[in-house]
Design a binder for this molecule. Structure first.
Ligand SMILES: *Cc1c(COP(=O)(O)O)cnc(C)c1O
Length: 395
């Protein structure tokens, strides 16, 4: 019997450069491959496995719901969907929610809302200002909104109406705003772009500019939201409120889900304007409701703050000791280690051999996004592994 990577290479489209291990089970921050090797998982399904792997209570919540209803059409009401909608609305600055199945879909919905709002409320304005190195998904319109040209160039003419500016540069936003502008769309911290943290007043300046011009602010909190920053939403650090916000990744602890939230003033969708077969189904929303309750009631946000500080301090220590480390940045449990050379892939590969899974988000940036339940010992162990890898690369 050929191994999984060999079988994959024949029948699965080669869209990803995969790491050559096959994961078969997990527990908390740990995962095991099919050869019995154990790893600390600091990838966590790309910041999605908020409660770690095989969490008993999350598994029970999913199982209990699966024994009642996995899926019903959105032409009917279902209670888990409204439970999660209330939890999100009561614990954010937004008023209404629509559920879908992924981050890209959530951003598609956000873009539809902003365009319809601009067309009806701002004399036909439909342009959206987005940022270079931003990331909003892989569907045709979300790649058009994504500030990495390589993601859209192979696919022909992109959806029109996106204007790009540098991240963390309010002046460029001001210069790019016109009568055609409906909204500004950005991440509170750029995740895929390399954990780029803007200056402390950037989001406030963007918010005031939107208020000044009467345009919408869309925040993509798909990676930064749901507790990853140490607050439920990263915008809370800036003391501002978006008009539209998207969530996905950690929202249901690894069960596929996406959500777009909007203020009543922005929410122009009417019956027939949007829909999804699976979006907000009982299984995914029961999982989401369980996750958000755990974040709020089980001290998990406090854990993110403490472990985030520990991680930041230990990354700083690496910078002190190793000349290849040029910086570290991030918030809560979303952090990047910046290297002076393009050796992120080497560090990730060597760390894996020593039992630590990491992601090289940029050629010179290693990304850390462990489960929000990661322990003090696990952070220490992970950094000790990278320390020894950097040591061996020094030689
Ligand atoms: C991952 C991500 C997306 C896309 O989410 P998918 O579920 O992969 O479609 C969009 N925006 C941000 C900021 C992300 O991190």
């Amino acid at each position: 019997m050929p191994n999984i990577p060999d079988r994959e290479s024949i029948v699965h489209m080669q869209t990803a450069r995969r790491v050559p291990i096959t994961l078969v089970k997990g527990l908390g921050t740990k995962v095991w491959d099919d050869e019995g090797n154990e790893y600390l998982d600091f990838v966590a399904g790309i910041a999605s496995d908020s409660l770690g792997h095989a969490d008993n209570q999350l598994a029970s919540a999913i199982s209990e719901q699966a024994h009642k209803l996995i899926h019903v059409s959105n032409i009917f009401f279902s209670e888990p969907q409204i439970d999660l909608a209330e939890l999100l609305v009561h614990n954010s600055a937004l008023d209404q929610v629509f559920f879908c199945n992924s981050g890209a879909e959530a951003n598609e919905a956000a873009i539809k809302i902003a365009r319809k709002w601009g067309i009806t409320n701002r004399n036909g304005a439909f342009e959206i200002i987005a940022t270079n190195n931003g990331f909003h998904g892989r569907t045709m319109t979300t790649v058009a909104a994504t500030g990495t040209p390589a993601y859209r160039e192979p696919f022909g003419p992109p959806t029109p109406g996106f204007v790009f500016v540098d991240y963390d540069d309010i002046q460029q936003i001001i210069e790019s705003t016109s009568d055609q502008t409906a909204a500004i769309m950005l991440e509170p911290i750029q995740g895929e772009g390399g954990i780029n943290v803007p200056s402390s007043n950037y989001l406030q300046e963007v918010r005031s500019w939107c208020d000044d011009q009467g345009i919408l602010l869309i925040l993509d909190e798909i990676q930064t939201g749901m507790g990853r920053s140490g607050k439920l939403w990263a915008y809370e650090f800036a003391g501002i409120e978006p008009d539209i916000m998207t969530s996905a990744k950690g929202l249901a602890g690894g069960v596929p889900i996406g959500a777009v939230l909007a203020k009543n003033t922005a929410c122009v969708l009417e019956p027939g304007d949007h829909g999804s077969t699976f979006g907000g189904n009982p299984l995914a929303t029961a999982a989401g409701a369980h996750v958000i309750k755990r974040l709020l009631n089980d001290g998990i946000l406090e854990n993110v703050v403490k472990r985030g500080e520990q991680l930041s301090q230990r990354l700083e220590g690496l910078q002190d000791r190793h000349s290849q480390v040029s910086g570290q940045r991030g918030i809560g449990l979303l952090r990047g280690l910046e290297l002076s050379k393009d050796i992120a892939v080497d560090i990730v590969n060597e760390s894996r051999k020593l039992g630590l899974l990491l992601n090289p988000v940029r050629p010179n940036v290693v990304r850390f996004m462990p489960p929000l339940t990661v322990t003090e010992d696990e952070i220490d162990k992970a950094i000790d592994i990278i320390d020894s890898v950097l040591q061996s690369l020094d030689d």
